[in-house]
Design a protein around this ligand. Structure first.
Ligand SMILES: [Zn+2]
Length: 257
């Protein structure tokens, strides 16, 4: 009787050991894998990149990624660009200059508060449009809601003249053709081309430094939400318009990858 009892007891112990040896390592591996994945996601983005950065809520004059644009390249004072975008722009500027074209930066980094001033000026001008969604969408043909502009990022430049018609003939067309042929060699692409399903109208003057801006676009795709868009007149329309999907991400596919 004692022997049978011992055998039964040892079987129970053995089987519970087996049970333990099965479950514990699997649970540990899963936990470890989960942590590694989390780290991998975080590591794929620069440490300064967060929602505040994406939404232009920082001072470019004090940010390590940003440099001031020399006066000879811009008609503005005290404007900034991402340092890699700027050095690529200088190479492109020199190449264009040798071919007889002058590239003038007329807008570069615009922080949240700057964009808010533009937006609210446009909002006030459209007081006759009573439906707030229609009012916002009328501004959105060409101008971004604060917090959603690619100009927050330091990777974007508006060049020469802010009129599509300027680029359809004469010197404007020559510059546009030169850019279309050569900008890609320096890392620049055009996010607001004609014929996209939604988003801003075409902008022939707006160019983006893709090696950096594609990272920010991907970050926006994964992390940005319409609920974050607030702090200015008409901000409550952002969710109904789907600003993140249609405007932040509604760009030329060639600028995404
Ligand atoms: Zn622009």
């Amino acid at each position: 009787m004692k022997i049978v009892y011992l055998i039964v007891l040892s079987l129970i112990v053995l089987s519970s050991c087996k049970e333990n040896s099965k479950t514990t390592p699997v649970a540990k591996t899963q936990k470890k894998k989960h942590i590694e994945n989390d780290t991998a996601v975080k590591k794929s983005y620069p440490e300064y990149l967060n929602i505040d950065f994406l939404m232009g809520k920082f001072n470019p004059a004090k940010h390590k990624r940003f440099v001031r644009i020399e006066d000879k390249y811009t008609n503005k004072h005290n404007v900034f660009l991402d340092k890699d975008a700027y050095s690529a722009f200088l190479k492109m500027y020199n190449a264009a200059y040798k071919d007889g074209y002058k590239l003038m930066i007329v807008s570069a980094t615009r922080p949240f508060d700057y964009q808010k001033r533009i937006w609210e000026r446009n909002w006030a001008k459209r007081a006759k449009i009573k439906d707030p969604v229609k009012r916002a969408m009328d501004i959105l043909k060409f101008s971004s809601m604060p917090g959603t502009s690619r100009h927050h990022w330091g990777t974007e430049v508006d060049l020469n003249v802010l009129e599509n018609s300027y680029y359809t003939d004469g010197q404007g067309k020559k510059i546009f053709d030169w850019m279309t042929k050569n900008a890609g060699k320096y890392g620049f692409c055009r996010p607001y081309t004609a014929g996209r399903p939604y988003g801003y109208n075409e902008e022939k003057w707006h160019w983006s430094y893709k090696p950096i801006s594609k990272i920010y676009t991907q970050f926006a795709k994964e992390n940005m939400k319409d609920e974050y868009i607030k702090g200015f007149k008409g901000a409550e329309t952002a969710k109904r318009i789907q600003v993140t999907k249609k405007y932040i991400l509604g760009i030329n596919q060639e600028c995404k990858h």
